[in-house]
Design a binder for this molecule. Structure first.
Ligand code: PLP
Length: 406
């Protein structure tokens, strides 16, 4: 895309004007078109009567269209997609819906999000599970990372392991896991192990074909890298895994009812895990967000641009003596984490840096573990924004010689 085209493209996103935005991993910005699509849907519902046969039919079609749009972005059948609110809901549907027995083992990595860790700890307490941690973070800067990860996972699997929980891309370091190989390893155990993936940082960032990855459960959201509205996410459940996953949160939407209205069974497909009334107008918004990305280029084009911009940031940071990148090689994702070296890295200095930059209109975030700040790069980030960021970090973290001497 030409420079002028990119500038025009960015004008669709009000959040990108008058600031330098690097928090896509927290939440992506919405375009004018996305917000208009949502507003139009609200208006449509009100004009037809919010509860009417016509509106109910329209809502059903909206659900269908949205599952279909998402499924084609993820390389799966529409029947495998459940519409949820966010990543955490998707993970909870899976965690609580499996038929656990006391003593079953769950393995998770040491880089999971606090919300998911908390859900697993509560599950462990209520169900009497064994939960252990696979220390994948130690492989980040190792030479043969994929092999090291597979060996670690293999070492931590047990005869009673039922589920492995991992993020496709780690939210703290940006490390990308070799998911297809991990899934193969888990499925090839004598008692096949299912894999639940936290896809908060992968959906919308990297090209995906979940059928090829062979994964069992993939929980994602629209509001991060897809730049959709907050409050709309999804869950992929493979047809085989669906056989073993019961609905836990239950309402009229998961059911089949007889003519008298008595529940007589579950919906056969992904709808089985959808619960009840939702913010349906958001659905058109997310579809519009995906349209906008597709207008820019293929998933692969966008990912390659993310990688090239992340590499630029990583290389620029190598020239700043007061910081150190958490990854010692060029990043594999749009998440680039760095630590300040000027003071011993303390939470305070990273939080201070985030605040100082926010005061200058540059938005990044602090991460507690590893103690660092995280920069998210999207395909429509500008190289000039990266240069501005690096200059601002260098300025703030380099001791002022006049102050030191005086
Ligand atoms: C890896 C990871 N998992 C889960 C979450 C929570 O996402 P959500 O608010 O969509 O549930 C986040 C969000 O920051 C995340 O980065």
């Amino acid at each position: 895309m030409e420079k002028t085209e990119l500038h025009q493209f960015r004008q669709q996103f009000p959040a990108l004007t008058h600031k330098v935005y690097f928090n896509f991993g927290g939440q992506g910005p919405m375009s004018h078109e996305t917000m208009t699509a949502i507003a139009n849907s609200f208006a449509h519902i009100q004009s037809k009567g919010p509860f009417s046969k016509q509106t109910n039919d329209w809502v059903r079609e909206e659900c269908h269209l949205t599952r279909t749009t998402i499924s084609s972005a993820l390389g799966v059948e529409p029947t495998t997609i459940s519409l949820t609110e966010d990543v955490s809901v998707g993970c909870n549907i899976v965690l609580w819906g499996l038929d656990w027995q006391a003593g079953d083992h769950l393995l998770m990595t040491d880089c999971e999000h606090p919300g998911i860790i908390a859900a697993i700890q509560e599950l462990q307490r209520r169900m009497g599970l064994e939960v252990t941690i696979c220390p994948i973070s130690q492989t980040l800067n190792q030479p043969h990372t994929h092999q090291a990860i597979l060996e670690l996972v293999q070492k931590h699997l047990r005869p009673r392991t039922r589920l492995v929980v991992l993020s496709h891309i780690f939210w703290n370091t940006g490390q990308v896991l070799p998911l297809d190989e991990i899934v193969d390893l888990c499925h090839s155990q004598a008692n096949p192990v299912r894999v639940l993936v936290d896809a908060a940082q992968s959906v919308g960032m990297i090209p995906l074909n979940l059928t090829q990855l062979g994964v069992d459960f993939y929980a994602f959201t629209g509001h991060k890298w897809w730049c959709g509205p907050e409050g709309l996410g999804g869950l992929y459940v493979s047809p085989e895994a669906r056989e073993r996953l019961s609905p836990t949160f239950i309402g009229w939407r998961n059911l089949i009812a007889d003519p008298q209205g008595n529940p007589v069974g579950w919906q056969p497909h992904g709808q089985r895990y959808e619960i009840a009334t939702s913010a349906y107008p958001l659905y058109a918004g997310l579809r519009e967000s995906l349209n906008i990305h597709n207008r820019w280029g293929t998933d692969e084009n966008r990912y390659q641009r993310i990688l090239s911009l992340s590499r630029h940031l990583w290389q620029q940071l190598q020239t700043v003596p007061t910081v150190r990148c958490v990854q010692n090689q060029s990043p594999q994702s749009g998440l680039v984490s760095l630590q300040l070296l000027s003071q011993q890295p303390s939470t305070v200095s990273h939080a201070e840096l985030v605040q100082v930059l926010e005061d200058q209109g540059i938005l990044i975030r602090a991460i507690p573990n590893p103690n660092c700040v995280r920069v998210s790069i999207h395909y429509f980030t500008l190289e000039s924004e990266i240069n501005t960021l690096v200059r601002a970090i260098a300025r703030w973290s380099t001791p002022d010689p006049l102050v030191e001497n005086g």
